[in-house]
Design a protein. Structure first.
Length: 575
């Protein structure tokens, strides 16, 4: 019985996935949760303290197939990144020692000079190698395999899609020499459509990151989210649009860079010393450019390869504002974006590719649930109840828990909600969530200032009962993973989850997908007449989502949360 392990081994967002002998995804989680280190930059893909409990739960007797998300050729090429980056820094210092543009470029290159990546597959996964040897008394069988980065993106996305036939488009920052790839997906088989590119630095993802950096946010911390949020408060600057629009151009099935790259980057630098309105206009204009280039790229792809169903993945597929407009702005009729389109999702793709390679005549089982992560420790819960806090309510049935919490939400409580297995991906989908009544704008201000401790312009997501989606959104499309933003119908948007541009990055909640969360929203609907809850990730700004009870308690006691729900037990702060 072979166990298939997947390890996302990019410089950022490492994760671990487990696929069993039957091809089922039984575990997937980003390492940032257990490490308590946002995005996990330069962390080992199999860190001590993280890999052991996963092995204890899922690795049985028998061979282990360990899979990486970069090919062996690309791993060998990584040895040149650090010295090239240091050379670039030294060159900028020599040519323009005090120029602000040069300083910005030095900062951009510096992230690649921070460390030297392992250059072979054999030099990676040494921690899991050691633990397996210890457990097996130096008698064990482990294979190490390495897969193409963009193929891993495609596998995760397509094997979680509802389609038998689709065009899969990968658009990210950079992966194995380029930022794009195309695959056909038909009858469970993936086939590369475009030729592999070599050293094509044109990237829509890098363009967006550079705008993020120019505004004053930190792309290394994943703050591109802030650009999307800020964009709703600005207007398109036509002069700036004309400057930015040619920077990344569609060149058939690839991107190319404008020769005026330096000129527009100098222009961007001037925004770092401007105010909110100017930066909001830059964010809005850059978002418009991102969308126009992406839609043109997808339209060209459709003209070449056709099809009604689009599977979009890669880091750029995290741009929910653009995702919500794809069906209306391209010839595609249906869109699927996976629960983890970024690099963290690739661990699943690598493990599934290995399983498929070992079972060539079998179909990879589809997976749709994002609830693939860790659970709360029962021992810790027992100690908490014995030596620490006393609950205000303990539910015997899910319905009773939903009714109690819904009543507290309707009376204004902000609730930390931890249930079952953690979500895989960047979005909280009702198992590691902070929940609130969405009906007033004041709750948004309270959450940003006293719970999340983040900028006041940041929006919050509506978790809506799927059956009520068409009543509230124009051209409603199901959004199970909170992957797209749609336009609210006039007069229907609760103020707490209405963004400044009248959109909402919704989560469509079904009884089949998450029975308890569906029951909670249904109970709130019965209480208030509103089939929506405000849903945001259970964390504070700059920290990963809560991973264990200690994390949850830390946020509960140091923020304006009024209620904490751990499985079937509810705690309430003293008034």
């Amino acid at each position: 019985m072979t166990t298939y392990l997947g390890f996302s081994c990019s410089q950022h967002d490492p994760s671990i996935a487990v696929v069993n002998e039957d091809g089922e995804v039984v575990f997937a989680e980003a390492n940032e949760r257990a490490l308590k280190y946002k995005r996990g930059w330069h962390a080992a893909p199999d860190p001590f303290g993280v890999i052991e409990p996963i092995m204890d739960d899922y690795v049985r007797e028998g061979p282990v197939c360990a899979n990486l998300t970069w090919t062996r050729t690309s791993l060998r090429a990584s040895s040149v990144l650090a010295p090239l980056s240091r050379l670039a820094i030294a060159t900028f210092k020599l040519i323009r020692p005090t120029d602000e543009e040069a300083m910005l470029w030095r900062g951009w290159y510096f992230r690649h000079a921070l460390y030297r990546a392992p250059t072979t597959a054999n030099n990676m996964l040494l921690n899991v190698d050691l633990r397996l040897r210890e457990r097996s008394g130096f008698r064990f069988e482990m294979r190490k395999q390495a897969w193409n980065h963009h193929l891993c993106h495609a596998a995760t996305a397509c094997y979680s899609s509802p389609y038998d036939k689709a065009l899969c488009v990968v658009v990210d920052g950079m992966g194995e020499g380029a930022s794009t790839a195309f695959f056909s997906f038909e009858n469970g088989e993936l086939q590369r459509l475009d030729s592999k590119q070599f050293a094509n630095l044109a990237s829509l993802g890098i363009f967006y990151s550079q705008v993020c950096y120019a505004i004053g946010f930190d792309p290394l911390a994943g703050e591109e989210w802030k650009v999307m949020g800020l964009a709703a408060y600005g207007e398109v600057d036509e002069e700036l649009y004309d400057l930015l629009r040619p920077v990344v151009r569609v060149d058939g099935s690839r991107f190319s860079l404008s020769r005026s790259h330096a000129a527009w980057f100098e222009k961007l630098l001037s925004f770092r010393k401007r105010g909110f309105k100017e930066n909001a206009d830059l964010a809005c204009t850059a978002q418009k450019v991102f969308e126009d280039v992406l839609f043109e790229f997808l339209t060209v792809a459709h003209e070449r390869w056709g099809g009604e169903n689009l599977v979009l993945t890669g880091g750029c597929a995290l741009n929910s504002s653009a995702n919500g407009k794809i069906v209306g702005s391209t010839p595609f009729k249906n869109l699927h974006v996976p629960m983890a389109p970024g690099d963290d999702g690739n661990s699943v793709g690598a493990a599934l590719l290995a399983w498929k390679d070992d079972h060539p005549n079998q179909q990879v089982p589809r997976f749709t649930t994002p609830y693939l992560g860790s659970k709360l420790s029962q021992n810790t819960q027992t100690r908490l109840l014995k030596h620490g806090m006393k609950p205000c309510f303990t539910a015997k049935e899910a319905k009773h828990l939903a009714e109690f919490v819904a009543g507290e939400l309707a009376r204004g409580a902000i609730v930390g909600w931890v249930q079952g297995r953690a979500e895989f991906g960047h979005r909280a989908l009702g198992n590691r969530s902070i929940l609130a009544d969405p009906r007033s704008a004041e709750v948004r201000e309270r959450l940003n200032s006293a719970v999340k401790f983040r900028e006041e312009f940041r929006p919050f997501a509506p978790a809506i009962l799927h059956e009520h989606g068409p009543e509230y959104f124009d051209d409603y499309e199901p959004s199970p993973y909170m992957e797209r933003a749609l336009q609210w119908k006039a007069g229907c948007a609760p103020e707490g989850v209405r963004h400044a541009d009248d959109t909402g990055r919704l989560q469509s909640v079904t009884q089949q997908g998450n029975p308890l969360f569906h029951e909670l929203i249904s109970a709130f609907h019965r209480e208030t007449g509103v089939p929506i809850l405000l849903n945001t990730s259970f964390n504070v700004m700059g920290r990963p989502m809560v991973h264990d009870i200690e994390d949850a308690l830390g946020v509960f006691f140091t923020s304006d949360l009024g209620l904490l729900v751990l499985d079937d037990v509810v705690f309430k702060k003293n008034d």
